[in-house]
Design a protein around this ligand. Structure first.
Ligand code: G
Ligand code: G
Ligand code: MN
Ligand code: NA
Length: 254
């Protein structure tokens, strides 16, 4: 289709780029990691955000190639920072369920780490409950394998869609990321606040850390702090940044 051709050209012509959004430790107020978010600089359409093309790429299966491109891009970027002695933080990457279903996908990922010399400890994979719902042995085995090699896992978009609390115990995720849709009104809606508090306690009970997504106000931050939330990500601290801006964020050590 037209879309497939467009994406393949984008991959070969380097029309994609990755922005980085800082994640902040609530106790220290310092950046402790960042989320990689893909952007498409389309030659005719201008900047295209992932919401406009990821769903189609999921359908066509091209999301697997895009995902591999993002992993290599991020690893090369981390390598570059290390060579320049810029203090790096771990980077989280959104991974489609389709990638986990691809045969020998983990071998390809480990090859990228080897090629770039990046430690698996610097990568985090963000997955959604859609992956766990597939309930495929290949997916379980693959996640287990990555975890043994030192890659961190987070359960993304928690509090939306089909996310069920029973999924929390299927794997030992290091992090649960509470979706912005639940966070955005915690300072206005006592029910949203109660749900958020309960999710944080539940996750801590299962020895997982919690990241609150999309925080935009100081009131939201203070509530999350009082709930013992571990980390926050959102416009209050920073929007997703282009590489150069993100580098200065890292160099300042904030
Ligand atoms: O940055 P933005 O808010 O527009 O991102 C929208 C959505 O696109 C997010 O929910 C995120 O999960 C998804 N997304 C962003 N980058 C990637 C990526 O590299 N791979 C996949 N699979 N999804 C991504
Ligand atoms: O689904 P996922 O969590 O992977 O995607 C994060 C999305 O949320 C990105 O598209 C990012 O640009 C967006 N985002 C991050 N922080 C904020 C925020 O504080 N407010 C809003 N409105 N969007 C945010
Ligand atoms: Mn995410
Ligand atoms: Na999310």
């Amino acid at each position: 289709t037209f879309f497939d051709k467009d994406v393949r050209r984008a991959l070969t012509n380097n029309e994609f780029r990755v922005d980085f959004q800082p994640r902040i430790d609530v106790k220290t107020n310092k950046m402790v990691s960042a989320e990689a978010l893909i952007r498409w600089e389309h030659p005719e359409r201008g900047l295209v955000l992932p919401g406009e093309f990821i769903p189609f790429a999921e359908e066509s299966g091209l999301i697997v190639d895009i995902g591999d491109w993002v992993i290599r891009y991020v690893c090369e970027q981390i390598r570059h920072w290390q060579v320049q002695s810029i203090p790096v933080v771990p980077v989280s990457i959104n991974i489609s369920p389709k990638s986990f279903l691809k045969r020998n996908w983990s071998i390809g990922v480990m090859q990228i780490l080897q090629d770039t010399g990046v430690s698996p400890n610097l990568l985090e994979f963000e997955i959604t409950e859609r992956i766990i719902m597939q309930n495929e042995k290949i997916v379980y085995d693959s996640i287990k394998d990555f975890k043994e090699r030192g890659i961190t896992f987070s359960l993304d978009d928690f509090g939306t869609g089909y996310a069920s609390i029973t999924y929390l115990k299927q794997f030992q995720f290091e992090y649960v990321k509470i979706d912005r849709s639940l966070i955005q009104n915690i300072h206005l809606d006592s029910q949203d606040a109660a749900l958020t508090k309960a999710i944080i306690e539940l996750a801590h009970g299962l020895r997982m850390k919690v990241v609150a997504e999309g925080i935009e106000t100081v009131e939201q931050f203070q509530i999350l702090q009082s709930f013992q939330c571990d980390e926050v990500q959102g416009y209050l601290y920073s929007k997703p940044l282009k590489t150069e801006q993100f580098e200065s964020f890292m160099s300042k050590g904030i």
